[in-house]
Design a protein around this ligand. Structure first.
Ligand code: GAL
Length: 666
């Protein structure tokens, strides 16, 4: 484990580099990320290149043994380029071209932009492939940031039509799969197919404009594929010159729903994944559980250690700031990342910049560049890690529980939301949280991957499931797995059309139930009772008729009072649970505890609210991270003696943690 900083040598006088490098070394900062927005320095005018500034910076920091993550600068096309080739701009959903001034305003399907990017990436990769400071590459910056995955320009329209032709072969086939007979939408050729711009329905203000759901889902897939293929072009270029690992910095899961990139697919060609973790800033304050969930997602995309490429290190915002991190929080957030599987945490940014949009965005250092209490805290982390590394290798939690995350389902849910208030991401979090609170690690998986290492696989609202994935889940259960399915699972086909089988469609046999009636909870709620105690559904109620399954819970209100809301069905050596409704937090927690006990998971008796407990292993040793997210001290009871690797003290039956305190127990 180690720490780094995002650094912009081009923002500072060269005379300052010395102080920066020395301060970094002193704080044990081992890696810096450089160059993601520097196109106008690399290529100040068309086809005129300048690498002197970067040569000098890399050589300089190399003298101090500081490693570098070097970025491709495609996030910010230079002014001369947008002037000369205005067609590289994206069009937003209203058809307005984006304008110069911030970033990520280019179209992923612009041949001009792809070609320009490729030429520059060739040059950068060739020049720096063997530089001794080079440690890794980052492609672009935050692909899909701020609604930029989905572009609505004519280039995208043409490429989309080609993408459709490749997928459907004939227009008749597309018409049939899209159900274009509905509302006179039948197309005579692929060239007629539209892209779902705004403007179809004005007054109802539906975000999807009432467009055909099959068209929308395909467009979302196409846009995700476009970003990934743009990224993969740069990956392929770098690989021609360099064997150093390649990554890109992803966004958190909450933003990710809006980002619209399938991160499982996006990860395939990357050597490792990384993400940017802002917790308390202009755009919101994240709960510790959601940050843990985001780390879990990242470790899951490739099932290997990941990096935090930007970790908040000061008060931040563009026009308004969030709070400054209270003393202890930088350290807590850093260990939270490590406890959940990160092996490198890079702070954004080394020093606050005096100019530009982010003049308020504080880094480790303030504008004045002097050591401060945040720097001291980070230096403490750097020292601690140095000593931890003497006894520990790369740590990963070994999860026995997994949640299926399906990007197809996510996008389909976002197109037609079923009922007011439904959000796929939030539902997944509702399943993640009880395990988080119980100190049980959860991975995220696709329905198609090997699931054998998990005792429990949860599939909340797994709307779309192809036949191969279905078979995979069946086999998982037959061999002894516990599969947990919820309402709105298995009922759509891959074209985003409703299946004609009885609900829950693909899962009817597995779950051993039929659902002939359901009650969306619009401005109502329904009480339930079962193995989870009493509870309440506020989104959805499937009225379940067991066929081979047996009930574990019932509704206690309305015309379906006494009908099952929760069932279990035996299949081979395993079991399939089906929950027809959502549940409030307490009932959900009880239910996941019940399930955990059935699977013999070690449920921590001494759970304390706001205390995160993570078990991680380097394959030889197992350590327990105990992290206090509370503003007050806590005393945690332990079941056996441990040694705290941070203080080197023996722990007998309790460990006391200060506010935002951390213990790493072996
Ligand atoms: C991230 C971005 C950084 C910086 C930071 C603060 O989204 O990758 O470059 O802009 O946020 O806004």
């Amino acid at each position: 484990m180690r720490i780094g900083a995002d650094y912009y040598p081009e923002h500072w006088e060269k005379e300052r580099w010395k102080i920066d490098a020395e301060m970094m070394v002193k704080a044990n900062i081992q890696v810096i990320r450089i160059g993601e927005f520097a196109w106008s320095l690399y290529e100040p005018t068309e086809d005129m290149y300048d690498f002197a500034w970067l040569d000098e910076a890399l050589d300089y920091f190399n003298q101090y043994g500081i490693k570098v993550v070097l970025c491709t600068p495609s996030a910010t096309p230079p002014k001369w380029m947008t002037d000369k080739y205005p067609d590289i701009f994206q069009d937003d959903i209203h058809g307005n071209a984006k304008v110069f001034g911030t970033r990520k305003h280019y179209c992923f399907n612009s041949d001009t932009y792809r070609q320009k990017t490729s030429v520059l990436v060739h040059k950068i990769a060739k020049r720096y492939a063997n530089h001794p400071a080079l440690e890794a590459w980052q492609i672009d910056n935050e692909l899909g940031w701020s609604n930029t995955t989905r572009c609505y320009c004519d280039k995208c329209k043409k490429k989309f039509q080609m993408w459709l032709a490749e997928k459907y072969k004939t227009i008749e086939n597309l018409n049939q799969k899209y159900g274009t007979v509905f509302w006179s939408q039948i197309y005579n050729s692929f060239e007629e197919v539209i892209i779902p711009k705004a403007g179809a329905c004005y007054d109802t203000c539906h975000d999807t404009q009432g467009q055909n759901p099959a068209l929308l889902l395909d467009y979302y897939r196409f846009c995700s594929d476009s970003v990934i293929s743009f990224m993969n072009e740069s990956v392929a270029v770098i690989k021609q010159y360099s064997e150093k690992p390649i990554t890109t910095n992803m966004l958190d899961a909450a933003v990710n729903s809006g980002t619209g990139i399938d991160y499982f697919k996006c990860s395939e060609k990357l050597d490792f994944v990384s993400w940017d973790n802002y917790i308390e800033f202009q755009w919101g304050i994240a709960e510790a559980a959601t940050v843990s969930r985001d780390h879990a997602l990242l470790r899951s995309y490739k099932k290997q250690p990941f990096w935090v490429m930007e970790q908040q290190s000061g008060a931040c915002g563009w026009s308004k700031m969030g709070p400054t991190p209270t003393p202890g929080k930088l350290r807590l957030w850093t260990y939270q990342a490590v406890a959940n599987g990160a092996d490198t945490v890079v702070y954004f940014r080394w020093r606050a910049c005096p100019f530009g949009t982010e003049e308020y965005w504080h880094g480790i250092l303030n504008h004045d560049g002097k050591p401060n209490r945040r720097y001291e805290e980070i230096a403490q982390i750097g020292q601690e890690m140095e000593s931890l590394n003497k006894t520990l290798g790369a740590l990963q939690p070994k999860a026995r529980v997994a949640i299926i995350k399906s990007f197809d389902s996510e996008w389909s849910h976002s197109i037609h939301k079923h009922v007011e208030g439904f959000q796929y991401d939030r539902l997944l979090l509702a399943y993640y949280k009880p395990f988080y609170e119980m100190g049980i690690a959860v991975d995220f998986v696709t329905a198609g991957e090997n699931l054998e290492s998990y005792d429990i696989v949860l599939a909340p609202a797994l709307l779309i499931l192809n036949d191969d994935d279905k078979k995979n889940l069946e086999q998982y259960v037959e061999k002894g797995g516990k599969l947990f399915i919820s309402f709105r699972s298995g009922i759509k086909d891959e074209y985003n059309n409703m299946r004609m089988e009885t609900v829950p469609g693909q899962f009817v046999d597995m779950a051993g139930i039929e659902v002939h009636d359901y009650d969306p909870q619009f401005e109502k709620h329904t009480e339930v009772s079962g193995v989870f105690g009493r509870g309440r559904a506020t989104l959805w109620c499937d009225i379940i008729e067991p066929v081979t399954a047996k009930p574990l819970g019932v509704y206690t209100e309305d015309f379906y009072s006494n009908s099952p809301c929760l069932t279990v069905n035996r299949l081979g050596k395993g079991e399939v649970y089906y929950l027809g409704c959502d549940l409030d937090d307490t009932a959900m927690k009880n239910l996941m505890k019940y399930l955990g006990e059935k699977a013999n998971l070690p449920i921590d008796l001494y759970e304390i609210s706001g205390v995160e407990i993570t078990h991680a292993t380097d394959d030889e040793k197992e350590v327990i991270f105990i992290m206090n997210h509370n503003t007050y001290p806590v005393v945690v009871a332990m079941k056996k003696p441990y040694r705290d690797l941070l203080t080197d003290l023996d722990i007998q039956d309790t460990v006391t943690l200060q506010p935002y305190g951390v213990a790493i127990l072996e």
